[in-house]
Design a protein around this ligand. Sequence first.
Ligand code: TXE
Length: 483
Amino acid sequence: MSDITELSNFINGEWRPANCEHWIEDYSPANGAHIARIPCSSSEDIDAAVEAALDAADNWANLSIAERADWLDTIAGALEERAEEVAQLESLDTGKPISLARSVDAARSVANFRFFAEQGREFESEVFEMSDATNRVVYKPVGVAGLITPWNLPLYLLSWKVAPALLMGNTVVAKPSEMTPMTASLLAEVIEDVGLPRGVFNLVHGNGIDAGAPLTSHPDVNLISFTGGTTTGREVAKSASSGFKKLSLELGGKNATIIRADVDIENMIHGIVRASFLNQGQVCLCGSRILIHESIYDTFVEAFLNAVANMVVGDPADEGTELGALISAAHRDKVLSYIDLAEEEGGDILCGGGAPVGIPQAFENGYWVSPTVIDGLAPDSRCSTEEIFGPVVTLHPFSDDEEAIEIANMTDYGLAGSIWTADIEAGSAMAEQIDSGMIWVNCWLHRDLRVPFGGVKNSGVGREGGRWSLGFFSEAINICVKH
Ligand code: TXE
């Protein structure tokens, strides 16, 4: 028992036990070990956190944006000092490789605070002149921001919301995923250490029903930013809509990776494998459907399977590991059930399909699925159109650009996609035909934090990123003065 970390809520600058007697247990995905427990918080805890956030709101809103930007930089500096701890905790809690946790999760969490601090310093509101009047746009805080985040990129996504929310003068109640609570608590420690005013940032641990839902429906919460599954997003939208809260939903994806006939396979294959399997395929942007021009189908598939076979799957703590474990036993079972379904739907499993062969005994109780490549499925089959969110990709031939676009758009999702081609002009033209919020050409997840991020169709509502985040986390008020 002594190795199990017990986490508390952080409300009004204090670590508080929850108003409930239940705990939620947290397991290490790599070996199934019990590593932590969090309070199963209730609506009373959410009420307390919202009250603290409301009490802190006026003083925080009265600071200038430059002063709040300084706070973000202070948080970034303190978080950076604990970057290795962030990486270790994130790898332990999610099962992801330590190299990924260092280079992506820990680094980006710090970068998010720095980036929004910079955005705050550069921020200029608009002035619109008329012949007889001047319009001046003033950006006011929205109020209390409810931030709900998932388990795949825990601190990366939480900091992506906390930083702009605070910058624009809102106070925050954060509810991280109950499956990955560790680094959210670390962020609260950092925030306590740097002395951010009490109540400006509050953290409530717990599950979606008992803690998430009371946050989304709370009458004093004015804004909800949610990242998670599409089904949950629908519930969040319903709950938030009756109070006319500002709402941003970043939901699932079923993204196409389009390989045109002129692609330079040798040079691009590494990027295409990365797009397929980063974070065990548990990134909403991953390319889980690979559409390949029929003239290079066999050559590409051979190169792809060779590259996948060379991926190092195993101990997440090992520096050389490229693929770790899935988040939970339930999620692994969901992914495996899709592989079974693929066989029922007539697919051929070209590699993978179950736990990796030869996984060391220490990891036998973990939640593992080896990288899986499936051929022969119809592009409109369930496995080819529903989000699996694991290390599973399906392969589909196409005969021309029109057919590739038609297949790419054959899902209810519309988050991202990538096109791989030597013809930049054709690739860029094709990108405009795909119903998705983000398309990369000859790269994937090449992020500029200034650009809009978000999806169309069932992949979400709204945009965050750069000035889109600043707009979402504020209320634009126009003041028109007659000359
Ligand atoms: O996410 P949930 P789950 C997809 C992926 C995955 C599926 C389900 O396909 O298999 O979603 O994953 C909180 N009111 N993505 O079940 O439930 C919950 O506590 C308010 C894509 O793990 O959406 C957690 O903090 N909050 C995705 C957060 O919502 C509620 C990343 C996300 O959990 C709630 C993760 C409720 N009623 C999964 N119910 C992406 N877009 O990257 C749950 N929550």
